[in-house]
Unconditional design. Structure first.
Length: 63
């Protein structure tokens, strides 16, 4: 297994390698944010979640 998430046959989702759960691309959220995860540094779900949080911070700062 490489990376923290992989494409899933269910369109519009990624599969979390740690939990095995499908995560929708429309709302990417880490499934185990308070637990250690050996995939986190390579995880697309985590990266997308962080990008969304940063975009929200910038939007609030602009207002």
């Amino acid at each position: 297994m490489n990376g923290g998430s992989s494409s899933n046959p269910v369109k519009g989702t990624l599969k979390c390698h740690k939990t095995g759960r499908d995560v929708p691309l429309s709302h990417p959220v880490c499934q185990a944010p308070d637990e250690p995860c050996k995939y986190r540094s390579e995880c697309m779900i985590y990266a997308l979640e962080q990008d969304e949080k940063e975009a929200q911070r910038k939007k609030r700062a602009a207002n």
